[in-house]
Design a protein around this ligand. Structure first.
Ligand SMILES: [Cu+2]
Length: 401
């Protein structure tokens, strides 16, 4: 649309009349002017009223603006204070995150499963009240059971406080040469007074055992060994209790006198321990370092699933029988857990064999777990002794009392 400027700027007809002479159109025009004047007065009043209102409005706005300004300043201060607090919180969080990162770094370098084994000459009480000279880890015979998890780093620190070289091997675990316990160019044999760190990640599951790998024939017969249990990376609780049973033998020279102090009887007539010595007269078969009635009973409750971790640390074949139950062999020497299981009432363990055998406690009573070879299951010809222990239901025991 175009605008016709000529028409728009054209004066209205009432103002286009010629001046002079009073004509009717001129009167009409005068009336219009008067009206306009009259209107102009009204307009002035209106304008002045508007002006007053405007001034009032402006002053109100000014007051409002002032009060709003104060609020804004207050809000700004509050905001600044909040910002400052947030900054403090952020700083605290940053510090905490840094600490956690440091801790995570330390943990990745240092396994949380660290075991210390101290080798010492000790006296072993293999029969109550009777002692033989021996060697121990942490004063225990056998040494403490080491519990590890598949895929999780394990650190074993060996402190040799005995008078001979020693080392550690983890029998059954597939490990690098550096932690085999055999002497090599960077070490392996741990001299008296020295410490050696064995660090590795177990890749197999089941029951294993540890013992020295230098002077080992002598040191093993002196009592240096312990069990090592490796649980699967993903635990599945298919048993309620597990018992580690280490079978071993010690031999002692029966000598009523102490050669260092002739005429003085030595402790319980037992002096020292030498496998292969002609002087040996007494051989003791042991479960967890004790014989027969001194062995801690295997206790269970009806309905429980029990795992026996059997370790043959002796130099003999041991046929082991559990009365009243069937043993389910779940692992031999740390075998694949998915292998088909076999059920047996008697298990034969060759030297160094480890067998994990489970059974269900479904026959309340008092039973026995013992060697089938009489000399292994007796002590000085008396049964039970040696490798023979009691399997006892706790409910049955309560009923009997
Ligand atoms: Cu071995």
């Amino acid at each position: 649309m175009s605008l016709d400027f000529a028409r728009l700027t054209k004066r209205p007809p009432s103002f286009s009349g010629k001046s002079g002479g009073c004509s009717i159109p001129a009167i009409v025009a005068s009336k219009q002017v008067m009206d306009r004047l009259s209107n102009s007065v009204l307009l002035k009043r209106l304008l002045s009223s508007l002006l007053v209102l405007h001034v009032f409005f402006l002053s109100s706005v000014a007051v409002l603006a002032q009060s709003m300004g104060q609020e804004q300043i207050q809000e700004k201060n509050e905001l600044n204070s909040m910002k400052s607090e947030m900054s403090d919180i952020k700083s605290t969080i940053d510090k905490t995150v840094n600490s956690l990162n440091d801790l995570a770094g330390q943990m990745s370098r240092q396994p949380d499963n660290e075991v210390h084994l101290i080798v010492k000459e000790s006296r072993l009480e293999v029969v109550p009240g009777k002692f033989v000279a021996g060697l121990t880890y942490n004063g225990k015979f056998p040494g403490p059971t080491i519990r590890a998890r598949e895929g999780a780093p394990l650190r074993v620190v060996l402190h040799n406080q005995s008078h001979r070289q020693t080392s550690l091997t983890f029998h059954g675990l597939l490990l690098p040469q550096s932690v085999s316990g055999l002497p090599h160019k960077n070490g392996g044999a741990v001299n008296p007074g020295q410490t050696y760190v064995y660090q590795f990640v177990p890749g197999q599951t089941g029951t294993f055992w540890y013992h020295p790998q230098v002077n080992h024939l002598y040191q093993k017969t002196m009592g240096l060994y312990g069990a090592l249990v490796v649980e699967p990376a993903t635990p599945h609780h298919n048993y309620d209790r597990d018992y580690v049973l280490m079978f071993s033998q010690v031999a002692a020279r029966s000598d009523q006198t102490d050669k260092a102090n002739p005429g003085k009887p030595n402790e319980a007539g037992l002096q020292s321990l030498r496998i292969g010595s002609k002087e040996l007269t007494d051989v003791f078969y042991l479960i967890n370092g004790m014989t027969g009635s001194s062995i801690q009973p295997i206790e269970l409750r009806k309905g429980e699933r029990i795992r026996l971790r059997l370790v043959n640390a002796s130099a003999q074949v041991i046929p082991l029988s559990l009365t009243g139950h069937k043993l389910e062999v779940v692992s031999i020497n740390g075998s694949d857990a998915l292998e088909p299981h076999v059920f047996r009432d008697t298990l034969t363990l060759n030297p160094s064999d480890r067998v994990d055998a489970d059974f269900t406690a479904d026959n309340p009573g008092v039973w026995s777990l013992a060697s089938e070879i009489p000399e292994q299951a007796s002590n000085q010809g008396i049964f039970p002794g040696g490798i023979a222990c009691v399997v006892r239901y706790l409910e049955f025991q309560a009923e009997q009392q």
